[in-house]
Design a binder for this molecule. Structure first.
Ligand SMILES: [Zn+2]
Length: 90
């Protein structure tokens, strides 16, 4: 089973930060305190939406067809995501 990267504290649900990275080649370990990249702060569903958006070359019409929803629904989801990402970056 491929382990899934945890992004939220299992105890209090706060977003986790990165505190250790290691090199698979020489086992060097780097420690520090780094925030998660924006993409990883999104829910798996939101990440999937962005990948889908990219893979359809940004065609909301094609995304709507693939997801079986209306164009305005996808448009609203995109607007919500844009606002959410703007809020994360503030
Ligand atoms: Zn190394």
């Amino acid at each position: 089973m491929k382990a899934k990267l945890p992004t939220q504290c299992p105890s209090c649900e706060t977003l986790l930060s990165v505190s250790q990275l290691s090199c698979e080649n020489c086992q060097t370990v780097v420690q520090g305190n780094y925030p998660l990249p924006v993409f990883l702060k999104l829910s798996p569903k939101q990440q999937e939406f962005i990948l889908q958006f990219f893979l359809t070359s940004g065609s909301l019409k094609e995304m709507a067809a693939q997801l079986g929803v209306s164009y305005p629904t996808v448009r609203n989801q995109l607007d919500d995501m844009i606002q959410h990402i703007k809020d994360l970056n503030m």
